[in-house]
Design a protein around this ligand. Structure first.
Ligand SMILES: [Zn+2]
Length: 453
């Protein structure tokens, strides 16, 4: 380990001790608790949940209103088994009542402000207190540690950042250097400068990349085309679905393990890939956050398939209990070859509003896109745009190998099979597919309003 990395760890040690209970203590605890007997983890979760519910009721004006309206008192929630008694927090409520959801004196205690944009372009103002920050960061470093990236070691980060403004300031540059972070702007990455990005990656000496899935994939594709030899240890893509062929390209380009992680702007640590499981699986951060799944019948459970409701067990400054974050998937109980006693996300779908509607009005996962396009030659990029039920536009950026006479009937057959024989499939050939304002590539754009529950 370099002198800089050792100094960086020492600085965290000092900061953690000064805080009484800081990030490194939390990290050490999490590295043990991931293998605790399950009952002990459950007891910790139950105790944290009781505290945050009690606090939400006492100190956050809007939770009191919501809980009173549902006829539930803090004493009714003794643990996770009672979680479903609490009302669901919707994105709309979070947006319109952000101030009233906060702890009344949140501004008086040390809080970290954050703004989350998501893909809607309608930002939500969040606040996080010190314990919320400490546990979230510790979960993050534990998860990266599973892939070999330890606090202080050099890594390349490919995110949206602040569009180059803040990272250009000397103080931020110094902070990045000290932490071992080499920032590369995801938005600016394109065919024209990919070679420079690969150079920067090679020069950094880092063996890890953390970044948007689509940006890491772009880098991998350019590395393959250019025949660049950059050998890395692990890649941590996030924020977008990872089609298997993207993961394959990443492994091929960098010779690295691909370990996607999962979080949302509101609750950032929700799942980190198990490095040992044969099939891709995320271990949930059970000591810090809870994921429930809303089944189609409406009942929410701690395991099963459906839309996610997430709970942050540590942030008291702005409690997030049963927040419907817009994602969906399959959550299964612990039971992994690695021996960790944490829960598992075995399938992660796109945002639930990124589903497609069949002509019969059923929903199917937008993950059908990667499955269909895997069978088609010569597609550089694609996007599925659904304007109304019974219709789908396939937006495609072509490569020379693309043959419409072969590809179009094939795609039409696949999508009609899943959306309905009468579905109208349109092809739109474009030069580029723009990313959203938040810099994410989206596989599915749905303009169909979801049916009212
Ligand atoms: Zn595992």
């Amino acid at each position: 380990m370099s002198l800089r990395a050792r100094l960086y760890r020492w600085h965290w040690e000092a900061r953690s001790r000064a805080a009484g209970f800081g990030m490194l203590q939390a990290l050490r605890l999490l590295e043990e608790s991931e293998r605790w007997e399950r009952g002990r983890i459950e007891a910790l979760r139950d105790a944290k949940l009781r505290r945050v519910v009690e606090h939400a009721y006492q100190a956050s004006p809007h939770y009191r209103v919501m809980m009173d309206a549902h006829g539930v008192k803090p004493a009714d929630v003794r643990g996770l088994a009672d979680l479903a008694r609490l009302p669901v927090l919707t994105k709309d409520t979070l947006r319109t009542h952000a101030q009233a959801l906060r702890f009344r004196d949140a501004d008086a205690v040390g809080v970290e402000m954050g703004v989350t944009g998501g893909t809607t372009g309608n930002p939500i103002k969040l606040v996080r207190d010190l314990p919320g920050t400490v546990w979230q960061r510790a979960s993050y470093w534990r998860g990266f540690g599973w892939g070999g990236l330890r606090l202080g070691e050099p890594f390349v980060q490919v995110f949206g950042g602040t569009l180059g403004v803040a990272s250009a300031r000397p103080w931020n540059r110094a902070k990045n250097w000290f932490s071992g972070k080499h920032f590369l702007a995801a938005f600016e990455l394109g065919a024209g400068n990919a070679a420079a990005y690969l150079d920067a990656l090679a020069r950094s000496g880092a063996r890890f990349i953390v970044g948007y899935t689509s940006a890491v994939y772009l880098l991998a594709r350019h590395a393959l085309r250019a025949g660049a030899r950059v050998r890395l240890e692990s890649l941590f893509p996030t924020a977008e679905l990872l089609p298997p062929e993207w993961a394959e390209a990443m492994t091929e380009a960098f010779g690295a393990r691909v370990l996607p992680y999962y979080g949302c702007g509101e609750v950032q640590s929700l799942g980190y890939s198990c490095p040992e499981a044969a099939a891709p699986v995320y271990h949930t951060c059970d000591e810090h956050s809870v994921i429930e799944v809303e089944t189609p019948g409406g009942a929410a459970k701690l395991t099963g398939e459906g839309a996610f409701l997430v709970t942050d067990l540590d942030n008291h400054a702005m409690p997030l209990l049963r927040y419907r974050n817009g994602d969906a998937g399959v959550v299964e109980p612990p039971g992994c070859v690695c021996g960790r006693t944490l829960g598992r996300i075995t399938r992660l779908d796109g945002r639930v509003n990124d589903v497609l509607y069949t002509s019969a009005g059923d929903t199917i996962s937008g993950a059908i896109g990667p499955h269909a396009f895997r069978l088609i030659e010569g597609v550089e990029q694609y996007q599925l745009v659904q304007r109304r039920v019974g219709q789908l536009t396939l937006r495609i950026v072509r490569l020379p190998a693309y043959a419409p006479a072969v590809a179009e009937p094939k795609l039409e057959t696949i999508f009609k099979k899943h959306l309905g024989a009468a579905a109208e499939i349109d092809f739109d050939y474009v030069a580029d597919i723009p990313r959203t304002a938040a810099g994410k590539a989206r596989f599915v754009i749905s303009e169909v309003a979801p049916p009212k529950a």
